[in-house]
Design a binder for this molecule. Sequence first.
Ligand SMILES: CC(C)(COP(=O)(O)OP(=O)(O)OC[C@H]1O[C@@H](n2cnc3c(N)ncnc32)[C@H](O)[C@@H]1OP(=O)(O)O)[C@@H](O)C(=O)NCCC(=O)NCCS
Ligand SMILES: [Zn+2]
Length: 272
Amino acid sequence: MSAPPLESAVNHTRLLNDKRIMSSQDSSCSRAEDIDARTRKRPRNLKQTHFFTSVRKTICSECQMSYVQHLRSDRELHEKYHRRAIEGVELGPTNTLTWNAIEQHQLKSGLDGKIVEVNVESSKEISVAEELLDIVNQVLSAPKDNRGWSSDPNRGKVFLFVIRNKAVGICSTERITEGKWMVYDTGELVPKQKLPLIIGISRIYVSHKYRRMGIGLRLLFAVQKHSIYGLRLTRYQIGWSQPSEFGGKLALSFNGVKHKSGKMLIPIYEER
Ligand SMILES: CC(C)(COP(=O)(O)OP(=O)(O)OC[C@H]1O[C@@H](n2cnc3c(N)ncnc32)[C@H](O)[C@@H]1OP(=O)(O)O)[C@@H](O)C(=O)NCCC(=O)NCCS
Ligand SMILES: [Zn+2]
């Protein structure tokens, strides 16, 4: 059975918690009614007692999912989700040879992988990409990303890094026209300078187990080469949407530039 998508997993947890809170409130109310029914009198000086059950949630420092540690169903849900965030998302029983591998790579560690451009005609490929993007948004505490790519490849693309039968990395992009330089250290924008950009990195993510093996950079090289048919973009035509701590480090190594002041700048844009 395939694992539930992230949103439903998280909603399920919320639902469970809501139900638990409701039922603890219900039980305190029914006690007052029971006393009333037994004595058949209006109870005097009866103070309603509220029992507050504090549901202590644990937030996993790796996958950021919040769950209730002492509840088995919650723990199991987290384990399932955690595994996918750390090790990648299964492509499923579909014959992966039909997935459009545009590049083959051997990593420093000796592992073989390939880059797949998600085919928007394939609902399976879209659902794997969306599942991974939901994980990224959860990990980054980011809002839902622009999914224009799923209806029109001219609005953006998604590249997956696949090892064996799992998608372990993802990069989703969108077409943009301009951005700005951002000072890496301070996050300040360089004023009065518009930067012509063509592609924005909406989300990029590599599963924990496969980080620092060069997958992030390889995905970015694929964006350079395969975003626009017949055109290889320069690094400086690609911008970042609100780079995270690690995203900023990857950005520095991919398309950071040194300003005459000595400060490092990275190209960023505002995601719509
Ligand atoms: C950012 C992320 C995609 C990088 O993926 P990755 O496959 O580990 O990156 P690479 O191995 O290609 O790194 C290339 C270079 O970027 C820099 N870099 C990447 N991650 C770094 C880190 N955690 N610390 C320091 N430098 C880092 C290094 O210069 C690295 O080269 P090196 O390993 O030879 O030193 C990954 O850390 C991730 O998914 N993080 C969580 C999600 C996230 O923050 N996404 C970015 C949103 S903007
Ligand atoms: Zn976790």
